[in-house]
Ligand binder design. Structure first.
Ligand code: GLN
Length: 447
């Protein structure tokens, strides 16, 4: 069973921060019992899965891989967790991540380093690295991750699995510990595209507890999955094939383009005007929102509190200095600076204006094609420790994923091949708002 598999490989991959395997086995036996008398009630009934440790699970630690939440047992469930309970899913455990989802390699976890199962000396990507590894190493049938600037798609690409960031608002963020609320979105990591459609079916839907949740009818993403791509227009933009792209990644995507041509799709050239500014705008906006969202960790209400302090201000200072890791502090400082009076117009407001321009760029691009094909990341997985001393280099790994969150559109990463050292390459497919059905169809056709 998957629990045996966890016993065998979790020591070397370290995908999980906490495990519920005892409870999972009991729940699985109960489902087995029921399935002797009747059919599966839902496709996910009895199927074991993992959740990124920033989704609230009542009575089960939810740490965000931070010392700040080392003892946080949420008093409520995230919407997605409740949905999966309704579906009869079986929670195996909470997966490792970069602290508060800030990072691209899962090396910012306060607790452990997760290893890429394709090469244990390489990072799994991040911030949903544990979720990607659990799927890649068969220690979960599927997992959920969160994606603020690429944190589902980039680790999916590094670990050779499928990862989807849905349209902003399609999946409720209720009970997802906030990083940057206008960018955060929950989505599935799975072995293949059909599983991705099944998990998406389960987690979407309007939720009154998230004011940004879209009011839409439920949809079955498996219905038109296998219809093929004949006549579809697939866009390719130079802006996504620039400097810094690993040659094998480029080659793999060129081959993918040929596959789509052979399947009857039409390949069209499209172009962007403002994409060069996406990464800067993303780090400005996401850090600004993070500085505000993370103000709640004050050592008073819940989570970590410094042991010795001299008065209230000192309590805040010591708690936050000791409770947050370096990357989180960097973002809080950057965000606080960008939002301060006197700098607001020059940084935050400017970034918001760039955000509008990038949205318009995508609207114009999707006037000329149905789907955009890009690399998910400029390179395949890099070595553990290779980029930890250079945050800017780490940020550059997000260059192809962040524009998607800025525009609020959906994106999926699927495996497209292997590089010369045998590491998986990810291809990203993007579409206009609420085009998930089409994206899954195009992804399935390639697979
Ligand atoms: N790597 C990006 C960051 O560090 C994206 C994170 C994410 O999507 N949660 O902000």
């Amino acid at each position: 069973s998957v629990v045996n598999r966890i016993d065998a490989v979790e020591n070397s991959t370290a995908a999980y921060l906490s495990l519920q395997t005892e409870e999972a086995l009991i729940a699985a036996r109960a489902v087995d019992e029921k399935l002797r008398e009747r059919k599966r009630r839902t496709p996910l009934e009895g199927i074991p899965y993992g959740l990124k440790d920033n989704m609230c699970t009542q009575g089960i630690l939810t740490t965000c891989a931070s010392k700040m939440l080392y003892n946080f047992n949420p008093p409520y469930n995230a919407h997605v967790y409740d949905r999966l309970i309704d579906e009869g899913g079986i929670l195996l455990g909470k997966t490792n991540m970069d602290e508060f989802a800030m990072g691209s390699s899962t090396e910012n976890s306060a607790y452990k380093i997760t290893h890429n199962p394709w090469d244990l000396n390489k990072v799994p990507g991040g911030s949903s690295g544990g979720s990607a590894v659990a799927v890649a190493a068969d220690t979960a049938f599927y997992t959920l991750g969160s994606d603020t600037g690429g944190s589902i798609r980039q680790p999916a690409s590094f670990c050779g699995v499928v990862g989807m960031k849905p349209t902003y608002g399609l999946v409720s963020r209720y009970g997802l510990v906030a990083f940057a609320s206008s960018l955060d979105q929950i989505g599935p990591l799975t072995k293949d595209v059909e599983d991705c459609a099944l998990v998406l079916n389960a987690i979407i839907g309007h939720d009154a507890k998230d004011s940004t949740s879209l009011k839409l009818e439920k949809k079955d993403y498996t219905q038109n999955l296998k219809q093929g791509v004949k006549g579809l227009k697939i866009g390719v933009a130079q802006a996504f094939f620039g400097e810094g792209l690993q040659p094998e990644v480029r080659k793999s995507l060129e081959e993918a383009i040929e596959v789509y041509k052979a399947l009857g799709a039409e390949i069209v050239d499209v172009s962007f005007q403002h994409l060069d500014y996406a990464l800067s705008a993303y780090y400005m906006i996401s850090s600004a929102e993070a500085s505000s969202n993370l103000a709640r960790y004050d050592g008073i209400r819940y989570g970590y509190r410094a042991e010795e302090y001299d008065g209230l201000v000192d309590l805040y200072k010591k708690t936050r200095s000791q409770g947050f890791g370096d990357e989180v502090k960097r973002r809080i400082m950057l965000g606080t600076y960008a939002l301060s009076s006197g700098y607001y117009d020059a940084y935050y407001k400017k970034a918001m204006q760039v955000r509008t321009l990038i949205k318009e760029d995508f609207e114009q691009v999707f006037g000329g094609c149905d789907v955009l094909l890009t690399p998910t990341a400029p390179t395949t997985a890099f070595g553990i420790g290779e980029k930890t001393s250079n945050p800017l280099e780490m940020y550059l790994t997000d260059i192809y994923t962040v524009p998607v969150n800025i525009a609020g559109i959906p994106g999926i990463s699927i495996p497209s091949g292997l590089d010369n050292s045998g590491m998986p390459i990810g291809m990203q497919l993007l579409g206009p708002i609420l085009s998930e059905e089409n994206l899954l169809k195009v992804a399935w056709a390639f697979e």
